[in-house]
Design a protein around this ligand. Structure first.
Ligand code: SF4
Length: 739
């Protein structure tokens, strides 16, 4: 095991073609009949249709994988699954592009050094999991469970959590919480006493008026939400969009209001001011069901539309119009909390302001307003052995970090910092391409990856992060494996869904459940997992009156829609300290934060620089789809562009479709050039680019060198002091012409 000593500072290895090439044959022959494969139903010509759920984003819609001659040839939306309702977003249909990606990791790899040069050699599963088990256990023995952490993204991680629970490791972090849904979830806890989920509890299909702040529905393609918005629009709902950029959803809007970036809380305060000062709010609802109204009014009394207009650069009359229309359409009116909410390090308060706006118009649990869906309450067999977990100490730093998420016990930026400081010695990275993940930027992420004593990557593709691993464990895709049941989410029709394999694992890849079991077995711990994953699933399903054979047919069990709306006079009995909706949060006050949201100005761009905004393309979900040729070959997804206002373009003599490098305020220059899109669809003080391009991992042969990396240009981050999530929209760029 001497070779491990050399890796405290490891180089990036371009995963050698030696181990990727020459293996077009699939070791787990895709053509071979396999009795364990999902068999939901037979189509024409003996084709099989396998019902499962998508992994191209966290929405996890139900899919129907169409299999012929042992190959998946088409993926459609499952008509049985409530989140797809027979439809998929374009990304979901492109799952075949991941399954048959020629760049997939094919074998376990172990880092070696020969003649001072580091390289990967092919290893057997027995050897690779043996090395992982030995290294993790050694670090655990020497430094304790707090020296091991796991960064994760993806549903298959549950088996690795179960594995780590055997030795008391629970330093788990999912960067998506910090970047995306965390602030919305926790703002809901502080205001309503329950966390918001996926999908969020907004009754969009019955709404008459929907306000979005920088929420890119139609570009981020959250299937059910897009279907519900479309239903709402068909029924005549009006859309209002506050966004510095004319986004896809802005194209459907009655009012597009190109707000100055970073001033959203001021706008929300202005809307509150109009609702209260013009007596448009639901007085009886507020008196009966909320606390903190007086404190709220004190905080917005001076935020007149005229004052807010100066801050936001939106005319005062437009602010009044939106507030009046919102109140007029209430309670079938809502402000959506959105996703990817972390912009400036104040997201918790910004989303709190959104919830307060909703509460003021009394839309709570009303048709077309805010609703709280229900979960399928799945009975589970008694949990197997688990070591008492390492105690979470994140709350001493961030009191409102996710309180009840077992998979998320430390903020992702803390994992990176603790890896750099030496507190974390071993890192498992599951489905997180850390160098391109919007946490502390690329440079800091790489520093952390190089610093830890041991790093293992579990992944499907040779993304950047795998090049820093000591051991690479190739997981098979979601179309080749079982996972845990998806039952933890709230929806209007509660459901439990099955992921089942449509085809056998290709190459020498394995499902996560087998990988985790192999490592646990090598620790000498047996009985942590059932003998087979099928056995465990069947046992749980039988406790709930079904069976694995039964659920395989449709991939889902669905309960009828529960009663979502409140009755007049009914108390809310919320789980907040007051039992009511907290306009002023007693918990925030107690912890030393503002009980009601206040606007704080953000830094202005240096002369000649522009605020860098980011978002998505409908075909792409960042890392998951980065190398997907099926999706990427669509013209709009081949590379990213930088949107530049025509006035700004003229100032810098930029032409449409010209390639430029971007340079940020710290002097970092984008490694690859990016195409300029000259447009009136963005304010002159900002530029916009889609995240997830500019890959440097040459073995992702499709994604390599396409466009510029947004993550590379993040040099400044703003940490939300209440929740620990990371904002990065205080980064600014200017243009360097190619020549
Ligand atoms: Fe898949 Fe699209 Fe659904 Fe996400 S929204 S799970 S990518 S189909």
């Amino acid at each position: 095991m001497d070779h491990w000593q050399n890796f405290s500072r490891r180089d990036f290895i371009k995963i050698s073609s030696l181990f990727l090439a020459g293996s077009a044959a699939m070791s787990g022959s895709a053509g071979q009949a396999f009795s364990r494969l999902g068999q939901s139903g037979s189509g024409e010509n003996g084709d099989r249709i396998v019902h499962s759920f998508c992994e191209h984003c966290f929405w996890r819609c139900g899919i129907a994988a169409h299999v012929r001659d042992g190959k998946v040839y088409k993926i459609t939306g499952s008509e049985h699954h409530p989140l797809s309702q027979g439809k998929l977003c374009p990304r979901g249909t492109g799952g075949i592009g991941l399954l048959y990606d020629p760049d997939r990791l094919r074998h376990p790899l172990i880092r070696e050094t020969k003649g001072g040069k580091q390289y990967y050699r092919k290893a057997s599963w027995d050897e690779a999991t043996g090395v992982v088990a030995e290294k993790l256990y050694g670090i655990h023995e020497k430094y304790g469970p707090g020296a091991i952490a796991m960064l994760h993204h993806g549903f298959g991680v549950s088996f690795f959590k179960q594995m780590f629970s055997q030795i008391g490791v629970n330093k788990f972090s999912k960067p998506s919480f910090d970047l995306c849904c965390g602030p919305a979830r926790q703002a809901s806890v502080l205001t309503y006493g329950y966390p918001s989920g996926t999908p969020e509890g907004f009754d969009m299909k019955n709404s008459k008026y929907m306000i979005f702040f920088g929420t890119h529905f139609g570009e981020n393609m959250h299937n059910t939400a897009v279907q519900e918005i479309s239903d709402g629009i068909r029924r005549g709902a009006k859309i209002v969009v506050f966004d510095p950029r004319f986004s896809t959803i802005a194209g459907k809007a009655e009012h597009w209001l190109p707000i100055k970036p970073g001033t959203d809380i001021a706008m929300m305060q202005g809307l509150m001011h109009v609702l209260i000062s013009e007596n448009l709010y639901d007085r009886s609802f507020v008196q009966q069901h909320t606390v903190g109204f007086g404190e709220l009014w004190d905080s917005v009394r001076k935020m007149t539309p005229e004052k807010v207009a100066e801050i936001t650069e939106i005319p005062a009359e437009a602010i009044r119009t939106v507030a009046r229309e919102f109140a007029f359409n209430a309670p079938a009116a809502l402000v959506h909390s959105g996703r990817r909410t972390n912009w400036y390090g104040d997201a918790l308060q910004r989303i709190r302001a959104i919830h307060i706006l909703n509460a003021l118009v009394g839309n709570f649990k009303m048709p077309g307003g805010v609703i709280d869906y229900e979960k399928f309450s799945l009975k589970k067999p008694p949990a197997g052995h688990a070591h008492p977990p390492y105690e979470r100490d994140v709350y001493s730093r961030y009191p409102f970090f996710a309180q009840d998420e077992p998979s998320n016990s430390i903020a992702s930026h803390e994992v990176i910092q603790q890896a750099i400081s030496g507190e974390i010695k071993a890192l498992m990275v599951y489905g997180v391409n850390l160098p391109e993940t919007m946490t502390l930027g690329r440079k800091t992420a790489i520093e952390a990856l190089q610093k830890v004593d041991f790093m293992v990557a579990v992944d499907v593709l040779p993304a950047e992060v795998t090049g820093y691993a000591d051991v690479v464990l190739p997981e098979c895709t979601y179309l080749e494996r079982y996972d845990a049941l998806d039952a933890g989410r709230k929806y209007r029709t509660p459901f439990v869904a099955l992921r089942q394999p449509a085809v056998e694992p290709m190459y020498d890849s394995k499902p996560g459940n087998q990988i985790a079991k192999m490592i646990t077995d090598k620790w000498g711990i047996h009985g942590a997992f059932p003998a087979t994953v099928e056995e465990g699933l069947d046992k749980t399903l039988r406790l709930n009156g079904s069976s694995l054979e039964e659920i395989k047919k449709t991939g889902v069990i669905v309960r009828p829609e529960s009663d979502l709306y409140r009755k007049a006079g009914q108390p809310l009995n919320l789980k907040t300290p007051s039992g009511k909706i907290e306009l002023a949060s007693s918990l925030l006050r107690k912890a030393g934060f503002d009980a009601v949201p206040h606007y704080t100005p953000q830094p202005e761009a240096p002369e000649g620089y522009y605020r860098m905004l980011t978002g998505r393309k409908p075909m792409l979900t960042f890392g998951r789809t980065a190398n997907n040729r099926f999706l990427g070959d669509v013209a709009t997804a081949k590379e990213n562009e930088v949107w530049v206002n025509a006035e700004t373009a003229a100032r810098h003599s930029l032409k449409n479709e010209e390639y430029v490098h971007l340079k940020n305020q710290a002097g970092v220059v984008s490694e690859f050039p990016v195409k300029v899109k000259v447009t009136q669809r963005i304010r002159p003080d900002a530029v916009f680019m889609v995240h997830g391009f500019g890959h440097t991992a040459a073995k992702m042969t499709w994604a390599y060198k396409r466009g510029a990396s947004h993550n590379q240009l993040i040099s400044r981050t703003d940490i939300d002091p209440a929740i620990g999530s990371v904002g990065f929209q205080n980064n600014f760029v200017t243009f360097i012409k190619e020549a």
